[in-house]
Design a protein. Structure first.
Length: 264
């Protein structure tokens, strides 16, 4: 691209916000109509004959039996399996499909389909409409969703919800590294951060953790504070509000007095 073409492209960049806005509107309009849901993650490369594929089918079915909708990324592998279990149980099976350079074929087990151009909008939907995450073995995308959920919970940006890892043979190596390196050696996380998620090999236990938290029988991440109106007041993306960031190097006192507006 020439410099002139680059400048011309930048001149129209701000108009992209309307495409982003329309994608948000379509997704929110659709997702607000579904029942309480659980997002299920895992590898797109897991074949139907794999044990974890079958466990994900079972997971999708058992979630529907507890009156949850099932949300996945809409692709093959674990996503397909969870959608399949939901469909076979006559439940709501949501696929949040993403447009990729190497085409992702939507799996055939979706009765609510959304297509996204932007990853970040899709990621909002996974969190905003979920009562919990159940995460099977997967690759970079699965790790992204796992660590994003922990970040949002740890920083108090969302009300804590269950994050359940399925498959100790897969997850134990990562968790050991987190203990030894992140916690004990570098102190970049705290021992209590391991209370933000659960590890199991039992799909029944995974579903029960989410269900019992949903009905108020179980409390998770008990070391973290809760706030008044957690359930009633949320920002549009499903997160908590917070302290307004300071602007232009002003003190917090100046910001609280509104002097940041005068300085702009």
């Amino acid at each position: 691209m020439s410099e002139a073409e680059h400048k011309e492209a930048l001149r129209h960049e701000s108009w992209r916000v309307f495409r982003i806005m329309s994608e948000f509107v379509d997704a929110i309009d659709t997702m607000t109509r579904i029942a309480p849901a659980v997002s299920v993650f895992g590898s797109a490369r897991t074949p139907p004959g794999d044990r974890y594929y079958q466990l994900a089918v079972e997971c999708g079915r058992k979630l529907v039996e507890r009156d949850f909708a099932v949300i996945t990324g809409g692709g093959p592998g674990i996503m397909e399996a969870a959608n399949k279990g939901a469909i076979e149980a006559d439940g709501t099976s949501v696929g949040l499909n993403i447009s990729l350079p190497m085409e992702q074929m939507p799996n055939p087990y979706q009765n609510v389909e959304l297509d996204f151009r932007y990853f970040f909008i899709r990621k909002v939907m996974f969190v905003k409409y979920a009562r919990g995450f159940i995460i099977f073995p997967g690759g970079f995308g699965t790790m992204d969703e796992f660590f994003e959920s922990l970040t949002l919970i740890q920083t108090l940006k969302i009300v804590p919800f269950p994050v359940v890892l399925v498959g100790s043979e897969f997850w134990n190596g990562l968790l050991d590294w987190m203990h030894k390196v992140m916690d004990e050696s570098f102190h970049t996380i705290s021992p209590t951060d391991f209370d933000l998620f659960h590890l199991t090999d039992d799909v029944d236990e995974a579903v029960n953790i989410v269900y019992e938290t949903h009905i108020g029988k179980r409390k998770i991440a008990e070391s973290l504070p809760r706030f008044d109106h957690d359930e009633e007041v949320r920002t549009g993306e499903g997160t908590r509000g917070g302290i307004k960031p300071r602007k232009h190097g002003l003190s917090r006192r100046q910001s609280e007095l509104g002097q940041d507006d005068q300085a702009i």
